[in-house]
Design a protein around this ligand. Structure first.
Ligand code: ZN
Length: 220
């Protein structure tokens, strides 16, 4: 039970790390989103200007190629070239404006990403540790039944028999109660009464899969 208490303390730490990582991810998403809006607009303007250049070149080739002779057509081409020039210059002004805004947005996004990666790393490291602890915990529990006859004497024989039977059938005879107050193995809701017993270091079993339940502050 002391081991489970220690495990529970580690679970509280994990819950905090998870909350921190999630909060950092949210901030990163916001910062990255703001950067993307501006960067996408710059890209869009670049594409527009490429199209404008291509159309201008086509107009100029026509105009100076010697094939267009009617004054009406010449006039139309000249006007078109002028209006393309104006649009390109407006796009360039807007791009300069956006480029000024990019560096601080990039810095903010990168900083938020760094924080998020650090939090995620801490959470992942904790998950590995918690999984190891959980395996150790379960191994120790199995050893209790198998290796120490003196302990078997004090454990309720019917409970032990049930545990062994369940273990034989399902590989694992134990199941953790999740924070949703459900059995980790079969998903069945654990009644309040059983939860109270578990929280007071008592022993409870799942009503559905009959595994021995253990409580670790309900965080996984
Ligand atoms: Zn169950």
């Amino acid at each position: 039970m002391l081991e489970i208490k220690k495990h529970a303390a580690a679970m509280v730490e994990g819950r905090e790390l998870l909350a921190q990582a999630e909060a950092a991810k949210k901030i990163y998403d916001v910062e990255h989103g703001a950067l993307k809006v501006v960067a996408d607009e710059v890209k869009e303007l670049e594409i527009q200007n490429q199209a404008i250049d291509a159309k201008s070149k086509k107009d100029s080739d026509l105009l100076y190629g010697g094939k267009v002779v009617s004054p009406r057509e010449v006039d139309a081409l000249e006007k078109d070239i002028q209006s393309l020039k104006l649009r390109k210059s407006q796009n360039e002004d807007r791009m300069l404006e956006l480029m000024d805004r990019l560096p601080p947005l990039e810095a903010a996004s990168k900083a938020a990403e760094t924080v998020f990666r650090e939090k995620k790393k801490a959470l992942d490291a904790w998950k590995v540790r918690a999984a190891e602890e959980k395996t150790q915990l379960e191994t120790r529990y199995r050893a209790l039944g198998a290796k120490r006859p003196e302990l078997v004497k004090v454990i309720n024989p019917s409970l032990l028999a049930r545990y062994e039977a369940i273990r034989a059938k399902y590989q694992t005879g134990m199941s953790e109660v999740l924070k949703t107050n459900t059995c980790n193995e079969c998903g069945t809701r654990v009644p309040e009464k059983t939860l109270d017993t578990l929280k007071n270091d008592g022993i409870g079993t799942c009503e559905s899969c009959h595994r021995l339940l253990y409580w670790t502050d309900g965080v996984v």
